[in-house]
Design a protein. Structure first.
Ligand code: 2P0
Length: 325
């Protein structure tokens, strides 16, 4: 029984930055994201007793042995959840511009969790899928849902209360996300390593922990009230604060390039002229600009005129997991 699921990627407005358990992917803080409509992964899974190991192709190409083992370890979690004992054939297609700094791991593990559970003939609630997806990549826990999504960190050691919940469904509060590409280079410090180093060495990390909960409470209130300005102010503040923690790490590091700063300045300059937009940045040099559908085109045009901008990918708020067959 081959089953195919689609999951969309997401962009965090309140960042997941740090783990308290690296094996179970348990975070040190709750986070909040928007699921994006344009970028997604389609994954099909078929368990078959002729197989003597899991196989995995990404965009029709077999992956490296290291990658295959990573996926197989994740499938072990699905097998233990569903009682399935066979190995599986996994085929994944990414519709995610990884060059623009989008991790495909969020949509990837979310789609894989959903397809694998279905292919095993089992049922899972969205909460259970979120818990499973989380154990492939933390941010994947949020891609199970559409709209505005909160990943609640939970308190338990076994992670059973660490899953995402929808705050507001897609189609309720229209925002526009412009992914601004300034560099297509591979990042030097992967987010997994970056957050670990920050947790272990940055004296600024405590400041992050002390205040991120309040940012989350405030932004949830803004989102529920569809207060774009307040949401924008909080998301920009939270992104800058996350990046500030990396400067205090030892050895210190910074995901920004000079081009990143140019886009940030342009956003602030447009805002001063009454064009409302805000930026957020993940573990890389590219910038996501959050604006409204009404101003999206004008802002995109202005950003495209900057010589440091290579490309722009516009998105709106997207849906959660769906099954294709
Ligand atoms: C986020 N990031 O909330 C944060 C902000 C990057 C910066 O989630 O180690 O690929 O697989 O759990 O989810 C990227 O990290 O990390 C990320 P793992 P993940 O979107």
């Amino acid at each position: 029984m081959k089953k195919t699921a689609r999951a969309h990627t997401n962009i965090a407005l309140i960042k997941y930055w740090g783990k308290r358990d690296e094996t179970l992917f348990l975070p040190t803080n709750s986070s909040l994201s928007i699921t994006l409509d344009q970028f997604y992964t389609d994954t099909s899974v078929e368990f078959d007793d002729v197989l003597d190991q899991d196989t995995f192709t990404l965009n029709n190409q077999p992956v490296s042995e290291t990658e295959r083992i990573k996926i197989s370890r994740f499938l072990d979690k699905v097998r233990s959840f569903t009682g399935e004992t066979r190995f599986s054939r996994v085929e994944s297609t990414n519709h995610v511009p990884t060059a623009a700094g989008f991790a495909s791991s969020a949509s990837g593990f979310s789609a894989l969790a959903a397809a694998a559970v279905k292919a095993a003939g089992a049922e899972a609630t969205l909460e259970e899928l979120s818990i499973l997806a989380r154990q492939g990549s933390g941010s994947a826990s949020r891609s199970v849902y559409g709209g505005f999504v909160e990943w609640q960190m939970g308190e338990r050691e076994d992670g059973l209360d660490s899953y995402a919940k929808q705050i507001l469904p897609e189609g309720t509060f229209d925002v526009s996300v412009l992914s601004v590409e300034v560099s297509t280079e591979q990042k030097k410090i992967l987010s997994r390593e970056g957050m670990k180093r920050t947790v272990e060495t940055s004296p600024f990390y405590q400041g992050w922990l002390d205040t991120v909960g309040e940012d989350l409470t405030n932004i949830k209130d803004a989102i529920i009230n569809q207060d774009f300005t307040r949401m924008g102010e909080i998301l920009e503040y939270n992104a800058l604060k996350m990046h500030a923690t990396t400067l205090g790490a030892n050895p210190p590091f910074l995901y920004w390039q000079s081009a990143t700063l140019k886009v940030m300045e342009a956003v602030q300059a447009m805002r001063e002229k009454g064009l409302e937009c805000y930026f957020t940045i993940d573990a890389g040099p590219n910038v996501k600009v959050i604006t409204t559908p009404k101003t999206e085109k004008e802002i995109e045009k202005k950003l495209r005129s900057l010589d440091v901008v290579k490309d722009i990918y516009p998105c709106r708020v997207g849906p959660g997991i769906s099954y294709i067959d």
